[in-house]
Design a protein around this ligand. Structure first.
Ligand code: HPA
Length: 300
């Protein structure tokens, strides 16, 4: 690891220019694939993939289930760039490294960011295998001072004090709800609050109760930092959690939580999640930075 304190605008530009020089594709949508959800990247048409280690400035990912490549391609006729494998705080990366790809996406011309993750449920009615559209987040590391926007602000990315009250795009959430209904997902899809924690350990019972009382429906070790940086630079955001386990809120329960278990549920529901994201991407009209009209009508 080098000793920089952050990536500059010029670093981000260098990476974006390198990518634009190595592919003719100009993505409108960026998708971050969470734990075990990288299959989405494999479904892109006309794929062009770049291993992270070959891209200037790009960090490399160290977690099993996170492959480490950037895949360009088309989904439902829309140009996308997919992160197969993301970076986490618990790997030891500072948040400015974790969120570096988001600013690169912005400079590539991306307008919409779709983030997926694996999460544990705190809400009693959620079950492993369920999906949760993220309505809002609690950025626990951010609230306690670990924020990717800490340090000098570069106005070329965004304002010093960005608002976050509308972080998860209302319209995209409405369209995703309609698509889920149409696909017959209504019985296992929810909409709720995601809480980011630093990890890598799963939560203690007291922590789970604490997070639940704070208003979190699901907890995971990613996403909020990326969304903060995406909103800062003006991207529209859609977030989707795959519930891989229930987080124990009682001392009596069995403690059988493992990363392999998280990946197994990911495999089980990967196609479901992929279908929803694919349909959602199909509904985005990059020319208007709006949802396609025929899909929009569905949500009225
Ligand atoms: N806690 C935190 N992160 C997670 C969990 C969990 O229970 N499951 C998947 N990611």
């Amino acid at each position: 690891m080098h000793n920089k304190e952050t990536f500059s605008f010029e670093d981000c530009e260098e990476t974006a220019k390198w990518l634009l020089g190595h592919t003719k594709q100009r993505p409108d949508v960026a998708i971050i694939c969470g734990s075990g959800l990288g299959m989405l990247a494999e479904s892109l048409e006309g794929q062009q993939a770049f291993e992270y280690r070959k891209i200037p400035h790009f960090p490399t990912s160290t977690v099993p289930g996170h492959a480490g490549k950037l895949v360009f391609g088309e989904l439902q006729g829309k140009f996308c760039v997919c992160m197969k494998g993301r970076f986490h705080m618990y790997e030891g990366y500072p948040l400015w490294k974790v969120t570096f790809p988001i600013r690169v996406f912005k400079l590539l011309g991306v307008q919409v960011l779709i983030v997926t993750n694996a999460a544990g449920s705190l809400a009693d009615e959620y079950c492993p295998g369920d999906l949760m559209i993220i309505r809002d987040h609690i950025n626990l590391p951010g609230l306690s001072g670990q924020n990717p926007l800490s340090g000098p602000n570069d106005e070329r990315f965004g304002p010093r004090f960005p608002p976050l009250s509308d972080a998860y795009d209302k319209e995209l959430r409405a369209v995703a709800r309609d698509i889920s209904r149409r696909l017959g997902y209504a019985s296992f899809i929810h909409e709720g609050v995601y809480c980011m924690v630093g990890g890598p350990n799963f939560e203690s019972v007291a922590e789970a109760r604490f997070l639940s009382k704070l208003g979190a429906d699901a907890v995971g070790m990613s996403t909020a930092a990326e969304v903060v940086v995406a909103k800062h630079c003006g991207l529209r955001v859609f977030g989707l959690s795959l519930i891989t386990n229930k987080v124990a809120k009682e001392y009596e329960g069995e403690d059988d939580l493992s990363h392999d278990g998280v990946l197994a549920i990911g495999r089980m529901r990967a196609v479901t999640l992929q279908t929803l994201v694919t349909e959602l991407v199909g509904s985005i009209d990059p020319n208007n930075n709006l949802i396609d009209e025929d899909v929009k009508e569905l949500s009225l």
